[in-house]
Write a protein of this length. Sequence first.
Length: 281
Amino acid sequence: MAQPTASPAPPSAPSDAALELSAVRLDYGDVRALDGIDIEVRRGEFVVVVGPSGCGKTSLLRIAAGLLPPSGGSVRVLGGSADAAQAGKRLGLVAQTPALLPWRDVRSNIALPESVNRSAGGPAAAADPEALIRLVGLEGFERARPHKLSGGMQQRVALARALVVDPDLLLMDEPFAALDEITREQMRYELLRVWSQAPGAGATAKTVLFVTHSVTEAVALADRVVVLSPRPGRIAAEMAIDLPRPRRPDDERAPAFLDAVDRVRALLRTAPPEPADRVSS
């Protein structure tokens, strides 16, 4: 009698994850900076990483961007490697400082990735620089050089420059840290507005991984907050932020918002430092 044959396995559904870090480790010489990092960021999700100074937040973001190779573990970005996502212009990066070219005006700084793509024979930018100037509220400053702009305006240019390639994943490393508190508050709500309206977003907002020291900023922005422990950075806790969107500055005085801030701060206080941050020989 013929033996029954197994039915073929059904095709696996495409992953909903835009970013997957599994057991990621980072060593600087004999110092372990990150250890056992497991993070999954779903498409359209806004995830914020908080933690004490020196816990490896920026290093984690650089690993996600493909700018820093991990010492161990695996990284998948948009279903493939970080290098492939970079080559396909599917990643946008906003750093702590805007790093604008001083001889270029606002429009040409925003259009810089478009120029680089064209000269390298890469894919054309999907977003119109003029539309991005309107989106980030810089109408009338198209021809201004960086030294004529405030810090907040310079970061708007940097954000628009990151969006000009219409990235699927936006990585942001404390982009508002150098701003005064009033401007910083204004910029985080401008970011939320831009996040929901960015070109290509359609019904789903861009996927964002954002690093900050500010607990208030984390709660205002995030769908989910990831808390890192002191070095070596490990995932100490994760907390969903169940506050309705759109969020506005006045929400920061609401009891539910203040309660969420208190809970994240409690997680930071109880994240224990690990006894060893040295690599075993």
